[in-house]
Design a protein around this ligand. Structure first.
Ligand SMILES: Cc1cc2nc3c(=O)[nH]c(=O)nc-3n(C[C@H](O)[C@H](O)[C@H](O)COP(=O)(O)OP(=O)(O)OC[C@H]3O[C@@H](n4cnc5c(N)ncnc54)[C@H](O)[C@@H]3O)c2cc1C
Length: 344
């Protein structure tokens, strides 16, 4: 997995009591991490994935984001790098590759976040776990297990990796179509197969797909089998699903973009009030458990609309941290003051 940025390993002591533990290092969690440092809160941010960035780092690192305030356009990967840089300002503890499995509240009012490596004691918790941990949908094709990660891929980490390759893309949604358009200048050839003739991707993108001379689009077509010499993928057996006619085509790489399964995992069992697989929050980002807050895609506001956007997550993160600060230290101001008025 490509590193969005290098993180300096942090010393971690099991006996520490934190002001807040932030669960999930996607954009909402990273901005919450900056903000809690700004509010002088002793902070841990943890993520089940080995790198920060959430959906941006895993699902679309090389896509351009156009609706992030302050950046007319920015690659998702570069946005993550900046967010991590900002989050590190007040030296929080990053625990990556560590999943929060349990949340308990003790008699002393402190929360325990239990991971597979630590029990983190904290005065408050901010859940920014997005859609949970996610895994790509897979096909049931012959020889898949031999070439997975070595010819068969589910994510594009670096476009350059595909340079000069004969690429087969499977799927008809935005990811499949966008990657075909994004990779067409880099690869030697692209065949995109889709099991129907209706695409879920944006109309404009589908139009561009059909008008791209370097891309062959085959509808009503599915992948049946892959073959190679045991280490290198060499061909794919595809078939027309109405006539059942099969064809072997030479390929170096296959990109399977047929969606992903999101799994909230243990969070659903923490006693939090949920709605449509998201945690209910009020206008103060409070969940039904006092001291536990939520922001970003995982949050379902009962007093406002739910919009799964990076910008929404940033605003909710700032609100959650400021309300958490007041929860941890009732004498503190809710209003944080302006960062521009603080000394560097
Ligand atoms: C293809 C695509 C393109 C998009 N383009 C845009 C766009 O252009 N503009 C825009 O505003 N939005 C866009 N979005 C939506 C945007 O990515 C999300 O709204 C945003 O990522 C939500 O941020 P988040 O921090 O709430 O959650 P996420 O990014 O999902 O991050 C949550 C993190 O929490 C971690 N986690 C989950 N459970 C646990 C656990 N138990 N323990 C530890 N860690 C855990 C996950 O591993 C993950 O890293 C796009 C989404 C997709 C899929």
């Amino acid at each position: 997995m490509a590193q969005a940025t290098q993180l300096v390993p942090q010393e971690f002591s099991d006996g520490a009591v934190f002001d807040t533990v932030i669960i999930g290092a996607g954009p909402a969690g990273l901005f919450a991490t900056y903000y809690s440092g700004f509010r002088e809160m002793k902070t841990v941010v943890l993520d089940a994935l080995p790198e920060p960035g959430g959906q941006l780092a895993v699902l679309y690192p090389e896509k351009t984001v156009f609706d992030c305030p302050g950046f007319p356009q920015i690659l998702a990967r570069d946005l993550v790098t900046s967010l991590v840089e900002q989050a590190k300002r007040y030296a929080p503890t990053f625990l990556l590759g560590e999943r929060a499995d349990d949340l308990r509240k003790g008699e002393d009012g402190l929360f325990s976040i239990v991971t597979d490596k630590h029990v983190l004691k904290t005065k408050s918790v901010i859940i920014t776990a997005g859609v949970g941990s996610f895994s790509p949908n897979k096909l049931d094709i012959k020889n898949q297990e031999i070439y997975e990660g070595n010819g068969i891929y589910y994510f594009v980490k670096q476009k350059e990796f595909f340079r000069g390759k004969n690429l087969l893309i499977v799927g008809g949604g935005d990811s499949a179509v966008d990657w075909a358009l994004n990779l067409k200048e880099v690869v030697k050839s692209i065949v995109l197969i889709h099991r129907r003739d209706q695409f879920r991707a944006h109309e404009q993108s589908v139009k561009e797909l059909y008008n791209s001379p370097g891309i062959t689009v085959r509808t009503f077509t599915e992948l049946k089998q892959v073959d190679g010499d045991g280490t290198t993928l060499k061909s794919a057996l595809i078939f027309e699903n109405r006539s059942k006619k099969e064809e072997m085509i030479p390929v170096d790489c296959i990109l399977i973009n047929i969606g992903f399964k999101a799994n909230l995992g243990p969070i659903a069992n923490w006693g939090l009030a949920m709605e449509n697989r998201a945690i209910k929050i009020n206008g103060r980002m409070e969940t039904n458990i006092p001291g536990v807050f939520a922001a970003g895609d995982i949050a379902s506001p009962t007093e406002s609309v739910k919009l799964n956007l990076i910008a929404t997550g940033f605003a909710q993160a700032a609100l959650a941290v400021n309300v958490a600060k007041k929860y941890v230290d009732p004498k503190a101001q809710l209003f944080p003051g302006h960062s521009s008025e603080k000394s560097a």
